[in-house]
Design a protein around this ligand. Structure first.
Ligand SMILES: Cc1ncc(COP(=O)(O)O)c(C=O)c1O
Length: 378
């Protein structure tokens, strides 16, 4: 029976543009090289696979709601206080948990423009207002953020380094921000890509909590360097009283026992992580050099991806088509007239390098044609 009454979402839901995941297939092609979601090019190690298999044997049981073994492993590995750790179903659900714990209708959540697209989604889902601060140079600007704080601001998110731009800000700037932000405003420092950074002036944020900033929450993920994206495992670190507030809102079984077991095993493989970092940095530099030498612009990415910017309208589409013709899927960033390209395995990167030669040749060809058009007599 139909009543004729249409259900309506709460205020704010209509304004949400659903998250668009990276593409995984090229229509008409059996296989593709997926460089669109900043995943690890290397699978989890054997010890992790073994730990998942053991945990799967006990899948009929609910997981430990406190995720104690995992939190203890994280605390030991990162030298943190176990009472300050909260684990979640991917760090995207920690972003959501922060929004829902600390903001609601009438409140504002602030972040730089061109930030991780989940920030506006969780803000609106919580019924709060999105406030974006300008990000000149595609990087967070402390003064611009401070200028947009109002009495309604409840949370500030800063992805450092930022996805999708790849850029980061140094710890002096974060320190300046924290000094100026009123202490009742939660500052979420999203360090999902922190392991890939090799800039000594970078901080993943734990030190600010150690210094006594009780409004800071550092967000971390097992989806990137730890190669566990499919298992959905993230975690955060904050003052215990801040964690206690989030624990009230957190679903009780939000981390599966398979994910928890995998996380513990992944932390026990530091040599593997070192290798992945070295591989990523090597290819990041090489890919950026190839693009720059070919006359294309890149952002100063410190992540496991590079961002190639084009200076003629719509040219990202042409480059995307060329890469797809080589079987390579990357992430379009239309607002930046750019493509975000995840660093893959050596074989995938070799394919990419060959395909980029065509992108570069095409862009130089069209630049040549454009300059001829401009100089042609009328
Ligand atoms: C900046 C940033 N934060 C958080 C996440 C969420 O990661 P996950 O939910 O897989 O832990 C991502 C994923 O791409 C990200 O780029």
């Amino acid at each position: 029976m139909t009543s004729g009454v249409a259900v309506r979402p709460r205020a704010g839901v209509d304004a949400i543009s659903p998250y668009k995941a990276g593409e995984a297939v090229i229509p008409g092609r059996a296989a593709a090289t997926k460089l669109s979601s900043n995943e690890s090019p290397f699978g989890p190690g054997q010890a992790v696979l073994d730990a998942i298999a053991v945990a799967a044997g006990d899948a009929r049981r609910y997981p430990d709601s406190a995720a104690m073994a995992l939190r203890t492993a994280i605390a030991d590995h990162f030298e943190l206080d176990v009472g300050g750790i909260v684990c979640t179903n991917g760090s995207e659900s920690l972003i959501d948990l922060i929004a829902r714990t600390f903001a609601g209708p009438g409140d504002e959540i602030l972040f730089p423009e061109h930030s991780f697209p989940m920030y506006p989604i969780v803000t609106r889902a919580a019924g709060a207002q999105v406030v974006e601060a300008p990000a000149p140079d595609l990087t967070a600007d402390v003064d611009a953020l401070l200028a947009r704080i109002t009495p309604r601001t409840k949370v500030i998110f800063i992805a450092n380094p930022n996805n999708p731009t790849g850029t980061c800000i140094d710890k002096q700037k974060i320190a300046a921000l924290l000094k100026a932000v009123p202490s009742h405003i939660v500052v979420g420092l999203d360090s999902a890509y922190g392991e890939y950074v090799d800039d000594p002036s970078y901080s993943d944020g734990f030190e600010f909590i150690a210094q006594g900033h009780r409004n800071v929450i550092v967000l971390k993920t097992f989806s990137k360097i730890y190669a566990l994206a499919a298992l959905r495992l993230g975690w955060g670190y904050a003052a215990p009283e801040v964690v206690e507030l989030m624990m009230r809102v957190r679903p009780p079984f939000n981390v599966s026992s398979l994910a928890a077991a995998a996380g513990c095993a992944a932390l026990a493989e530091p040599a593997r992580i070192k290798e992945i970092v070295a591989h990523t940095r090597h290819w990041r530099e090489r890919l950026m050099r190839i693009l720059n030498d070919g006359g294309l612009h890149t952002t100063d990415s410190v992540c496991n991806f590079v961002v190639c910017r084009f200076n003629r309208r719509g040219s990202w589409q042409r480059a995307d088509e060329i890469l797809k013709s080589h079987g390579i899927i990357v992430r379009p960033l239309p607002a930046l007239n750019a493509l975000r390209i995840t660093i893959g395995t050596t074989e995938e990167n070799d394919l990419l390098v060959a395909a980029l030669a065509d992108v570069i040749a095409d862009s130089q060809g069209s630049a040549f044609l454009e300059s001829k058009k401009r100089s042609a007599p009328r």
